[in-house]
Design a protein around this ligand. Structure first.
Ligand SMILES: Cc1cc2nc3c(=O)[nH]c(=O)nc-3n(C[C@H](O)[C@H](O)[C@H](O)COP(=O)(O)O)c2cc1C
Length: 147
């Protein structure tokens, strides 16, 4: 198994989880920024792709969707999703579906058991999240994926 972690983060919550997963998987991580050049990631060398995003208005981040739409995704790879959110209604399920749909449009599948944990946002709500327990849960999930 040759994994890589590819993620978008606006306020560092998802980055925290991304880096913890990369540490567990002992692999590289790539942050997608607004100016990210997709041609700089060759997925050829990887077969397990951890995709990460925060949630904005029930949607995954546009940087992740753009990556899925435009990158050379190859064939025969496993895609898995992790997210951080504020616990807003069903937006985790909606965001998962959006990522799945985008991958399917490129002829790829998204595995169903995604990881999600809370991430702090403005004010006091969700302060300190993701916390140590969230990081540990993400690493446990990633370990299962690596089997
Ligand atoms: C403008 C905005 C919209 C958001 N919309 C949602 C939402 O629809 N559902 C939700 O659960 N969280 C929502 N959040 C919370 C973020 O998804 C959460 O803070 C996440 O951990 C941010 O990840 P990041 O730090 O990696 O960018 C929103 C946050 C902001 C700032």
């Amino acid at each position: 198994m040759n994994p890589i972690v590819i993620y978008s983060t606006h306020r560092t919550n998802t980055a925290k989880i991304a880096l913890a997963i990369a540490q567990t998987a002992n692999c590289n991580s790539v942050e997608l920024t607004k100016t990210f050049d997709v041609s700089t990631v060759a997925l050829d060398n990887y077969d397990l792709i951890f995709l990460g995003t925060g949630i904005r208005g029930g949607e995954p981040y546009v940087e992740l969707l753009n990556f899925i739409k435009t990158a050379d995704l190859g064939t025969g790879k496993r895609f898995v999703l992790f997210m951080t959110w504020a616990g807003g209604g069903a937006s985790n399920k909606l965001a998962y579906e959006r990522v799945k749909e985008a991958l399917e449009q490129r002829g790829q599948n998204l595995e169903s058991d995604y990881f999600v944990c809370l991430g702090q946002t403005f004010g006091f709500a969700r302060r300190g999240r993701p916390n140590e327990a969230d990081v540990a849960a993400a690493q446990k999930w990633a370990t299962e994926k690596l089997k």
